[in-house]
Structures are given as structure tokens and as C-alpha cells.
Design a protein around this ligand. Structure first.
Ligand SMILES: Cc1cc2nc3c(=O)[nH]c(=O)nc-3n(C[C@H](O)[C@H](O)[C@H](O)COP(=O)(O)OP(=O)(O)OC[C@H]3O[C@@H](n4cnc5c(N)ncnc54)[C@H](O)[C@@H]3O)c2cc1C
Length: 377
């Protein structure tokens, strides 16, 4: 859509996962929105392009705190409503996660369970954590019949197709007349004109969020006809959680490494070997799978590993730190962003006291932060 001369209400910087959702929500609320994305409309420059897009708040409770779990649980209920409003279909499933382990790694199992139960709300852990013996695994996931003696079904967890979601959101932005500027990198010295700026640039916001860092993740995408896994399978592993997420048409996303640093270079041989061996060990038919892609990207991460909405005290809100949980928590993060953004636009929040009051009232107030290193305009 071509640019118009009138100043928009909002400029959204970064059209990855968060930027697309926020821009779409704001436009749906009747605002004039412009979105600037350095990469093409398909989203291929975003961490969101590489992600497995598992929506697994209970499994992630092994490595995440209560805020993240609760954002994830609430977002799981919201995703279907979002997807129903998009103009293109997006694969979404809520069939649970199967957690298994090899005999050699069996000491990981009680550690995982203890961490999940310590971090997740008790009711969620009690109801969502279903212990399975071998025959029950075989019945739940016939493709794995006879392969694992014990496991857990984390009932109610889900996943979606990340690339379909990015594409459908781009189409939805056009329908809501968001002024989209693809292939347009925004430079902090020359910000686009708007009444309020929402910075969703992920790791690209590092110049203005110096504590932001990248955590490298590597994944393989393979085509493996005939295996027929029906839900994401997580394999407990002493170094990082490995998963196999079945998408449509026999495509599987196998991930993911978790390596400190902002190294965007191609996948290492070691990581490729580990990921593909893990899949092969879960089911030997992965030996005949065809490797479609090996991808690496960096997860945008703040020091406390929490998502944050950082207000600069003036006209800019930065939404960042979605780390390894972007898809899992994006609906709630986007809704909270819209609430704060509208309060900035209509002047309800113009000083630290008003921001503090908004924070107090919000269900997700823990995410709201004031960047007090900056001077109000
Ligand atoms: C290997 C891997 C696996 C993952 N698996 C999962 C998973 O299973 N479940 C889950 O919930 N999450 C997962 N994630 C995390 C998820 O992908 C991220 O949390 C999410 O993408 C963050 O969203 P974002 O919009 O903040 O950042 P991004 O998706 O990275 O989007 C930021 C956008 O800003 C753009 N940009 C940057 N700089 C500029 C600039 N100067 N001007 C204009 N545009 C700019 C970028 O091109 C990009 O499109 C995974 C991530 C990785 C790397």
C-alpha cells in the first residue's frame, strides 16, 4: 500500500511476529498504522521465520517462570480467535506435547518434572501432566509404538505453522489498510513520523536497548513422509530440550540449540548432527527424511529472560525480550501493547505516575517498564 502524507497514529518498527500482531490489532481498533520492516513481506528476516512455533506453557515451565507460563496459557486460548479472523488458513493444533526420554538420560526426567511443578501453577501442573507407561505412549502416538517405556503427555498444549501465520498476518494487514513498508530498515536517527512509535524490532532494537542480547537457535526442517507423528515430541536431553514438531504435509521442524551469542552464521556440523541424530533416535525412519533447510536465528532476550514493554517517557514504546516464547505469549503481549499504546496516544499516560497507575491496574503489569535513562520530551 502506498504511503500517505497524513501522519499516522502509530508507526510500528519491525514486522516480525510481534510487530505484525500489534499493527493488525491497532488497525482493527480503528487507528491509522504504518509498519516498517527491513525484510520482505514473508517475514524471512525475523526470528519468527525460523521458530518451531510450539505453544507449550507447561513444557516451558521447566525453564521459565510463572509470568511466562501464565501469559502462555492465556495466549493459547486467544490464538484460535486470532487465526479465525485472518484471511488465510493457518495450521493450528492443540493436541498436547509428548515428552519422552532415552534410558541413558532417565535422570533428566525427575529434574524436568520437579522444575515444571515448581514453576507452573499447581492446578495446571496437576491437570496437564499425564504420566504414560509404554503401552499408553503406543496408543497415544502409534508411530512411536514400542520405542519408549515411559513418558508424559502435557495435555492441551499446541503449536501452529509459523510461516503460514506470518503470511496470513501480512494479508490481514493489507485488508485493514495498514501502510506497510517492506524492505525498509528504520534507522534510529531518522524515525518515521507518527504520533506514537512502537518498536518491535527484536534484536534489531539493540542500539536503543543495550541490555538486549541474542541467544542463537538452530533448527532443521525435514520432509519425512510416512512417520505420522500427531503432536510435538520433546526429548529430554542433558544439554538442551530437543523437539520434533510435525507440521502439515509430513514436514517436521527439529530443534533447537540454545547457544549464547549473536552468531547468525549457518548451522554448525555439530548442531546438525545432534539435531538430526535426536530425530533418528526417536524414530529411525527419520534416516530417510529429506533435509529441506538448516536454519539459525537469534532469540531477542533481556537479562531476566522476560518480555518487556519499555516506555521511554515520551512517545515510544519498545516491545521486546520475547526470547524463546514469542509465539507462545504473543497474543497477550500484543493486547497489552495495544492497551498501553492507546493510553499514550490519547494522553491518558503522560507521566511516570500515570504509567505506574496503568501498571498497577494491568493483569500483565509486570511487563511494563519505564526507561528512566531517557528524558521525557
Ligand atoms: C530456533 C528458534 C526456535 C524458536 N521456537 C519457538 C517456539 O517453538 N515457540 C515460541 O513461542 N517461540 C519460539 N521462538 C521464539 C520466537 O521466534 C521469538 O520470540 C519471536 O520471533 C520474537 O518476536 P519479535 O517480533 O520480537 O522478533 P522477530 O520475530 O525477530 O521480529 C523482529 C523484526 O524486526 C525487523 N527489524 C529488525 N531491525 C529492523 C530495523 N532497523 N528496521 C526495520 N525492521 C527491523 C526484523 O527484520 C524482524 O522481522 C524460537 C526462536 C528461534 C530462533
Amino acid at each position: 500500500m502506498s504511503a500517505t502524507t497524513q501522519q499516522p497514529d502509530f508507526a510500528v518498527l519491525g514486522g516480525g511476529l510481534c510487530g505484525r500482531l500489534v499493527a493488525w490489532r491497532l488497525a482493527g481498533a480503528g487507528h491509522r498504522v504504518a509498519l516498517y520492516e527491513r525484510g520482505p513481506a514473508d517475514g524471512s528476516q525475523a526470528a519468527a521465520w525460523v521458530a518451531a512455533a510450539m505453544l507449550a506453557p507447561l513444557a516451558e515451565a521447566a525453564v521459565a517462570e510463572l509470568l511466562i507460563t501464565e501469559l502462555g496459557v492465556a495466549s493459547l486460548d486467544t490464538w484460535p480467535r486470532i487465526l479465525a479472523e485472518l484471511p488465510e488458513p493457518v495450521f493450528f493444533q492443540r493436541n498436547g506435547t509428548l515428552v519422552v526420554w532415552h534410558h541413558a538420560d532417565r535422570t533428566e526426567a525427575p529434574l524436568f518434572e520437579r522444575r515444571v511443578r515448581a514453576n507452573a501453577p499447581h492446578a495446571l501442573a496437576d491437570e496437564g501432566f499425564v504420566a504414560l507407561a509404554g503401552p499408553q505412549i503406543d496408543a497415544a502416538e502409534p508411530a512411536l509404538a514400542g520405542r519408549f517405556a515411559r513418558g508424559w503427555l502435557l495435555a492441551g498444549e499446541g503449536q501452529l505453522d509459523n510461516r503460514q501465520a506470518l503470511r496470513a498476518l501480512a494479508a490481514a494487514l493489507a485488508l485493514r489498510r495498514v501502510e506497510t513498508h517492506w524492505n525498509t530498515a528504520v534507522d534510529d536517527a531518522h524515525l518515521p513520523e507518527a504520533r506514537v512509535t512502537i518498536d518491535c524490532r527484536g534484536l534489531g532494537a539493540k542500539p536503543v536497548l543495550p541490555t538486549l542480547r541474542g541467544i542463537r537457535g538452530e533448527v532443521a526442517r525435514v520432509h519425512a513422509p510416512g512417520i505420522g507423528l500427531t503432536r510435538p515430541v520433546r526429548l529430554l536431553h542433558p544439554r538442551y530440550p530437543l523437539y520434533i514438531a510435525p507440521k502439515e504435509h509430513d514436514v517436521y521442524v527439529i530443534g533447537a540449540t540454545e547457544i549464547e551469542g549473536e552468531d547468525m552464521s549457518p548451522v554448525s556440523v555439530r548442531s546438525a548432527l545432534e539435531l538430526l541424530s535426536a530425530a533418528f533416535a526417536v524414530h529411525p525412519a527419520f534416516g530417510e527424511a529429506r533435509i529441506l533447510e538448516l536454519n539459525s536465528q537469534c532469540r531477542p532476550t533481556l537479562p531476566d529472560h522476560r518480555p518487556a514493554l519499555v516506555w521511554d517517557g515520551a512517545r515510544t514504546l519498545r516491545v521486546n525480550g520475547l526470547y524463546r516464547h514469542g509465539y507462545m505469549i504473543a497474543p497477550e503481549v500484543a493486547d497489552e501493547t495495544v492497551r498501553v499504546a492507546q493510553a499514550l496516544l490519547d494522553g491518558r499516560v503522560a507521566d511516570a505516575d500515570a504509567f505506574g497507575a496503568l501498571r498497577e491496574r494491568s493483569r500483565w503489569g509486570e511487563m511494563l517498564r519505564l526507561d528512566d535513562t531517557r528524558q521525557p520530551a
